[in-house]
Every structure is written in C-alpha cells, then in structure tokens.
Design a protein around this ligand. Sequence first.
Ligand SMILES: Cc1cc2nc3c(=O)[nH]c(=O)nc-3n(C[C@H](O)[C@H](O)[C@H](O)COP(=O)(O)OP(=O)(O)OC[C@H]3O[C@@H](n4cnc5c(N)ncnc54)[C@H](O)[C@@H]3O)c2cc1C
Length: 431
Amino acid sequence: MKVAVIGAGWAGLAASVALADAGHDITVFEMAPQAGGRARSVAGTDPERPYDNGQHILIGAYRDSLALMRRLGVDPAQVLLRRPLALPYPGEPGLQLPPGPALVSFTRGVLAQRGWPLAARVGLLAAAGGWLARGFRCDPTLTVARLCAGLPAVVKRDLIEPLCVAALNTPAPQASAQVFLRVLKDALFSGPGSADLLLPRRPLSELLATPAAAWLGTRLRRGQRVQRLAAGWRVDDEAFDAVVLACTSVEAARLTADIAPDWSARAGAFAFQPIITVYLHSPGSALPSPMLALRESREAPAQFVFDLGQLGGAPGRFAFVVSGAADWVARGGCGEAVLQQAQQVLTWATPPVIDRVLTEKRATFACTPALDRPPARIAPGLWAAGDYVQGPYPATLEGAVRAGLAAAQGVGAEAGTGANGAASGSPTNTP
Ligand SMILES: Cc1cc2nc3c(=O)[nH]c(=O)nc-3n(C[C@H](O)[C@H](O)[C@H](O)COP(=O)(O)OP(=O)(O)OC[C@H]3O[C@@H](n4cnc5c(N)ncnc54)[C@H](O)[C@@H]3O)c2cc1C
C-alpha cells in the first residue's frame, strides 16, 4: 500500500520503519528541516556541540525504543550510559538501587537509604507492597499527592515528587496516580535492569532521528507541512491508501476537524505542561556524578542537573531541568533563579553563567487523572500515532514509539498484510 506518515518525531519514525519493513510504500512528511520532533538536537554556535531540545532520560524498560535504535544500526550501549537507578542529591548519596531482581533490588535499596529514618523506609516498603498487592491499580480519579498522602514527608520530598514530575511532567498534586503506578510497575517491578537510567552520551538526534532520516532517504520529505487531509485519502493533493497522523495532537486535531470531528475534539482538548532546560556554563567544573537530583522550592526551580561533560558532551556545560514548569513560564525569570539555585547548592570551579534557556511550552500533555485520550484508530485507513494517543503511559519516547508501532500494526492488519511492529519483533500495545 501507499502510506503517508505525517510527522517524523519518534512516533512517526517508529511507524515508518515498521511500515517499510512490512513492504509498504511510505512517504513521510515533516514540516521541520530535520526529523526528531521534540526529541532532537538544537544547533548552537559550535556545530560540534549542539544542545538537546531539553535533557532526555530513557530507562531500561524502554524496550521498543531500544529495539528501534538497534534496527537502525544504533548500538544503545554506545550512545547511552546505563546506570542502576540512583537519586543522589548534592552531598547525599540518596536512594540507590543495587543490581538484581526488581523486588529484591528495590527492597535492598530502600532499606539501605540511611538518609531516611527507619520508619520512613518501612513506610515506603509497606506502601509499595500495597500497590503491588492491588496490581498497581487505583481509582482513576486519584492524584499522586492523594495516593501518597500517608507516606512519610521525606519519602514524598526525595522520591515521589521528583519521580512524578520527571516521569509525568506534572506536579504530584495534579498528576494521575494510575499512570504513576503504571510507570512504577514497569520501571521498578518488572525485569532486571528495567529501572536502569539510560543517559544520552551523544547529541539527542544521533539516538534516532539522524539514523532514521538516513535510512528513510528520499522517502522523508523535510520542510513540508501538511496543510490538508481529505477522506479517501488525500494528503494535500496526493492520493494514499492509508495515513498515519504522527504529528502533534494540536496538528492532528486541525487536520481531522472536518473528517472526524469527534476524534478531533478529543485530540484538541489537551492541556499542556512546559519544560524549561537551563544550560549553565562553568569551565573546569564537574559534578560528583553525571546526574544529581535537586530540591525544588518556590525560589529553586530545577529538579535535576546533568553534567554534560561527563556524558560525552561539552565540558563545563550543565543542563538544569525544570519539569512541570507552568508556574515558571507565567512568572518568568527561570534562568536567573536556576543560576542562583546552582550557586547555592553546588560547588563550582569557576562562576557559572547562563549559556542558553530552552522553553518548550507544550513539552507534554498534562498527565492528570481520568484524562480522555483519543484512540489510535480514527477511521478505516486513518490512524494516529503520538505520545498522547490512548495508552497506559505518560508522554514519553517509549509511549511515542509504541504508538507508532501500534499504528503501523493497525494499518497492516486492516490491509491484511500484518505490519506487526517489525522494528521490535515483539508484540506492541494494541489500540
Ligand atoms: C524538554 C523535553 C524533555 C523531555 N524529556 C523526556 C525524557 O526525559 N524522557 C522521555 O521519555 N520523554 C521525554 N520527553 C517527551 C518526548 O520528547 C516526547 O514524548 C516524544 O518526543 C513525542 O514524540 P512524538 O513523535 O509523539 O511527537 P513529536 O516529537 O512532537 O513529533 C511530531 C512531529 O510532527 C511534525 N509535524 C507537526 N505538524 C505537522 C504537519 N502538519 N505536517 C508535517 N509534520 C508535522 C513536527 O514537526 C514533529 O516533528 C521530553 C519532552 C520535552 C519537550
């Protein structure tokens, strides 16, 4: 079949590779000059040292993203630094999970966290046991703050709140407990290594976008924004047998407004949360580890800092991450506040200066309780792929890739050709 894929973010790239592998004739439309969508590199003054469009972290549970990289000839072991989950704070070792089977590793890690009183450690293990016993399910209207209301304050401050805002990009008082529990289940309580942190040690585009673009060749049409989609299917003036809408939810809502108004209204109804990444420069400085957690407050915006010099990037460059940053976008002055926070809590060889501030106002959808997410199938021959499509995960790279694979599978199943997520060779989440 002749299939159009609209959008070359990680969802569109996953769909394109799976469809092409299943023998379809694909054309990928991407409005930007480069592929990668939100997960791409951004040029700086030094072409050798681009910035990431926001620091990204993968985890060991990102099975389909890692399989897609391998399919495109990228060795995850080369481009990602794999570390057992650890949340060190400046001057404190924090929670560290030792290697081993998930349950044992979590229990041993929590018990060894001597920065917390014993009662706090036991309280967390008891709560986690309860979540496990209930199959990591809860009332879908619950927020993370309410789910964890009974936990010791130190556990909420040092573990739950930073994990929640990092994984769901939504502060705990507004975040969906059901989605949070699902993330915990897949990360902390599935196979060995699932909770491992995978930190990019190459520019973000090199993980997937650049190799995928090379693999697609002339099938990828860059700098071409699709203006119109008509039933039948016509993408602008070109006819196709099937279409995968892998653009943002806002663009997908615009393109389907006439042909699928109900679906369009659902796709257009998301609220968004920003992420601000503040890059500081301090020649000669280094952190005690490539990633540190930071304590957020009204004056201190960042929840994490990454030492990019230790991650194969520019020496002396540090990425401070402010997730769930709606308040800071409204208030302004985030860069200066991060600089002050950095000066207060970290030790520097030379005074840090603001290098660059990247603000993604629509970084991800706000992952709130009982969110209505539109399904992948819009109409026969018309499928949606993107991190926002119905599924158990928050907006993540893995969610995007799985949505892309599921859309490709849907197109193939409708055509009877069985494009079955060939990039991973494993079953994907069906819509
Ligand atoms: C700052 C930041 C930090 C993040 N950190 C993490 C992290 O640590 N871990 C993690 O897992 N996830 C993280 N995410 C989320 C992750 O980046 C996204 O979930 C993922 O990239 C979404 O991919 P996508 O393909 O669904 O959408 P997108 O990446 O938005 O791709 C959509 C593509 O469609 C194109 N497009 C739109 N309209 C049209 C049109 N009309 N015609 C043609 N092309 C069109 C766009 O240009 C874009 O390339 C982060 C996101 C941001 C912004």
